[in-house]
Design a protein around this ligand. Structure first.
Ligand SMILES: Cc1cc2nc3c(=O)[nH]c(=O)nc-3n(C[C@H](O)[C@H](O)[C@H](O)COP(=O)(O)OP(=O)(O)OC[C@H]3O[C@@H](n4cnc5c(N)ncnc54)[C@H](O)[C@@H]3O)c2cc1C
Ligand code: FES
Length: 358
């Protein structure tokens, strides 16, 4: 598989973290003594639970045995090798994480934390460079943690990263797949499109954004997909309209797909499913609820699929879109809106007075 890590990314810098021996800063597993030094008693309940679960996850105790072999361990300190802007508010990071790069499959994600106070950020593994032991994540700065991450620099360390998490995308041999990506969802369909091509299949990609500057990964997808259709809401680039309009056209023109993979805002995924359901056209969506521990134990990421309760971190993140209760997912994502807004405001106020905001 061809890598997209810039061949001339800067040499891996020396560690800035005094706890990380300079000689071994390329791949550092946190030492047990470091974990013990965390003052667990001072942390709030979700953080304590999450810390405990991460320890379980690290030892793979409590992790379903079928998945142990795919899980590389962690948490690891991970160095940012390079960071670049793909669009306003969207950055691509390459992280030094050899064990994850080695085991990752399309559809999987990592959970990372920037520092001790930071929340856990789930991010899809958009690309890997196995030879260099690097993984790439594409991040949209929507709130405090993602803004903080996008403001970091090459050479900085993130406190910990665990993965690969989640079940890999199920990709059959020589399938015809339509990959539909809305906004940052394109970063999630991109590795799936690569996976389909690796299995000898055909890919038509439909990618959309509100305007031209928000369309991402077009060139990368053109290198692997058989066709790429770009849509913009305002018509500033490609076809004016929504990704669903382009999908409807393809279907009406007689394109026969084995699967449609749709990833983006909930309303977009729901609209794609509404289009494909009457046609009984298999449709896969990748869900993005709030996550805490990533082990299936905290319940934070629960969704209802086919009337059953599922945990996105271990049963997903991909599900049959025709079975997902999107209304419930949207409501659960809304639930923390006030806290998220307060967190952003606090960060902005502290930045305004020149204080360290994180
Ligand atoms: C399996 C998985 C894979 C993901 N992959 C990516 C990825 O590749 N790139 C990427 O940029 N993001 C991805 N996300 C979403 C990302 O984790 C969230 O955007 C991030 O956690 C928000 O943190 P924050 O503190 O910056 O924002 P917050 O302050 O927590 O939230 C700010 C705003 O973003 C919304 N928001 C919060 N969490 C989510 C979420 N999970 N999905 C959608 N909106 C949310 C909130 O409603 C709020 O309006 C993924 C999520 C999951 C569960
Ligand atoms: S994040 Fe805790 S159950 Fe999925």
């Amino acid at each position: 598989m061809k890598s997209t890590l810039p061949p001339s990314h800067p040499p891996i810098p020396q560690s800035s973290n005094p706890q990380v021996p300079v000689s071994d800063c390329r791949r550092v597993r946190r030492q047990p003594s470091e974990s013990k030094s965390l003052n667990i008693g001072c942390l709030d309940l979700p953080t304590r639970l999450a810390t405990w679960h991460l320890r379980c996850l690290r030892s793979t105790a409590g992790y379903p045995s079928a998945r142990k072999s795919a899980f590389s361990g962690g948490p690891f300190v991970a160095r940012i090798l390079s960071i670049s802007s793909l669009a306003p508010g969207v950055s691509r990071l390459w992280l030094d994480a050899p064990p994850i790069a080695k085991k990752r499959q399309p559809g999987q994600f990592v959970i990372l934390r920037i520092d001790e106070q930071g929340e856990r950020i789930p991010l899809t593994i958009a690309d890997v460079d196995v030879a260099r032991g690097a993984i790439s994540v594409i991040v949209q700065a929507v709130g405090k943690s993602t803004r903080q991450l996008c403001a970091m620099h090459g050479g900085d360390d993130v406190l910990d990263v665990v993965g690969p998490l989640g079940l890999p995308t199920h990709i059959g041999e020589r399938e015809q797949v339509c990959c539909v990506g809305g906004g940052i969802g394109t970063a999630v369909v991109y590795p799936i499109a690569r996976g389909v091509k690796d299995k000898g299949g055909k890919v038509v990609a439909i990618i959309g954004g509100r305007s031209k500057d928000l369309v991402i990964l077009e060139q990368e997808l053109r290198q692997i997909a058989d066709d790429v259709i770009v849509t913009t809401d305002d018509g500033s680039y490609g076809r004016k309209g929504l990704v669903t309009h382009a999908l409807q056209d393809l279907i009406e023109k007689g394109h026969a797909f084995d699967n449609v993979v749709a990833v983006g805002p909930i309303r977009m995924m729901q609209a794609v499913c509404d289009l494909t359901r009457p046609l009984k056209l298999r449709t896969t969506v990748s869900l993005n609820p709030v996550m805490v521990d990533g082990t299936g134990m905290c319940g934070g990421c629960r969704v209802t699929v086919g009337g059953q309760q599922k945990f996105v971190c271990v049963d997903g993140p991909e599900f049959d879109g025709h079975e997902v209760n999107f209304a419930e997912l949207a409501a659960r994502l809304e639930a923390y809106r006030d806290q998220e807004r307060a967190s952003m405001e606090r960060m902005q106020q502290m930045s305004a007075v020149g204080m360290e905001a994180w």
